[in-house]
Design a protein around this ligand. Structure first.
Ligand SMILES: NC(=O)c1ccc[n+]([C@@H]2O[C@H](COP(=O)([O-])OP(=O)(O)OC[C@H]3O[C@@H](n4cnc5c(N)ncnc54)[C@H](OP(=O)(O)O)[C@@H]3O)[C@@H](O)[C@H]2O)c1
Length: 336
């Protein structure tokens, strides 16, 4: 029997078990200008989900009940009136509530047409889009600069590494483990710091003191501190997340105020929030699809397989424990 289930946050709470249910929904026809998509794969965003389930996403007011999951790829299986797309087209989508579900109905103008419904496109839209927009619009990265990237083997990080290498930049990655570091260096990074065995501050201050033009960070804590302490004159530290503290809240620190570290260098700390930079998304996606087709960008999907909506909590735990290399994905094909 055809199933049409979705993950719903039924009350704002901490963790999938307390906050979510999988519920069945009737399959309905798309309205004018809409398409119905059968989702094949969904991207897993463990940290974003944790914050969304608690209603703590800064740029969207969320109150239960609401549907969870952002990015999906799938196949159009029904179209409404006035739609120029076709049944059978492969598409990618990025709207909150559209991904952790078997089927979604969406405005046809919001989908991205892709050559086939494979998980690799989940690492482009929106992850790669975030990577490109952050480097261009926030970091203002220039050819030949020195860039430090944290969580460099992750979904976002491994795209950052390649985009910066493609721009002729010198890239230093930071990642948790030898296997991850070998992967980051295989993408063209000149060095990857395995923070599980190396002291990040010591490595940056001994090898890269004051030469780091751009640092992009999603982890925070001592990684962010080491980036700020070693940034070059006129350098830019980009806050793209703070995974190590975001769920439990940032801890107070006893450092001197950060302006004392930035002022004499004319350096800056900049926040990046992709959702607030939507005007750049379409163009970024188009360019990334071209890079992928031309073999200038390779996309890594984490090898651990998570099948069906019920495996979402395990998939999120896998990435929250830092066990993933590349993008973590839910396979929904056999579940429906
Ligand atoms: N600002 C934006 O607009 C934007 C857009 C997209 C994503 N993000 C953020 O970017 C980060 C990366 O996203 P992603 O989906 O590509 O994930 P990911 O990098 O594939 O996975 C998260 C990685 O972060 C590292 N990490 C270190 N400490 C962690 C902790 N306490 N909890 C969880 N992870 C930790 C781990 O790698 P290591 O072990 O190698 O450190 C882990 O593998 C997330 O924090 C996400 O929220 C922000």
């Amino acid at each position: 029997m055809t199933k049409n289930d979705k993950v719903v946050v039924h009350r704002c709470a901490r963790g999938y078990k307390a906050a979510t249910h999988v519920v069945s929904e009737a399959i309905t026809k798309p309205g004018k200008g809409e398409v119905r998509i059968r989702n094949h794969f969904a991207g897993v965003n463990g940290l974003f989900d944790q914050m969304a389930m608690q209603g703590r996403v800064g740029y969207i007011p969320l109150s239960a009940p609401f549907d969870l999951g952002v990015e999906a790829v799938g196949i159009i299986e029904a179209i409404g009136e006035d739609v120029s797309l076709n049944i059978g087209d492969a598409v990618a989508t990025t709207n909150l509530g559209g991904a952790y579900r078997h089927r979604q109905i969406i405005d046809a103008t919001k989908v991205y047409l892709i050559p086939e419904a494979i998980p690799e496109y989940l690492a482009i839209v929106p992850t790669g889009v975030s990577a490109l927009v952050a480097l261009e619009q926030v970091a203002e990265l220039k050819e030949g600069e020195v860039v430090v990237i944290s969580a460099a083997a992750g979904g976002l990080g491994h795209i950052w590494v390649q985009l910066a290498v493609n721009m002729g930049c010198r890239v230093i990655g930071i990642a948790g483990g030898d296997e991850k570091c070998a992967f980051v260096e295989s993408l063209g990074a000149e060095r990857c710091i395995n923070y599980k065995v190396e002291n990040i501050e010591e490595v940056l201050s001994s090898l890269y003191k004051d030469v780091i033009n751009v640092a992009v960070d999603t982890v925070g804590g001592v990684i962010f501190d080491a980036m700020v302490d070693n940034i070059a004159p006129l350098g830019r530290v980009v806050v793209s997340g703070y995974a190590s503290e975001i769920v439990d809240g940032a801890k107070p620190v006893l450092h001197p105020r950060i302006y004392s570290k930035l002022y004499w260098k004319g350096a800056s700390v900049r926040g990046f929030m992709n959702a607030l930079l939507a005007k750049y998304h379409r163009d970024a996606a188009k360019r990334l699809f071209t890079m992928m087709t031309e073999g200038k960008l390779s996309v890594a999907i984490d090898e651990t397989s998570f099948k069906g909506l019920e495996s979402l909590p395990r998939a999120a735990e896998h990435m929250m424990k830092g066990l993933n290399i590349g993008k973590t994905v839910l396979d929904l094909r056999e579940d429906q």
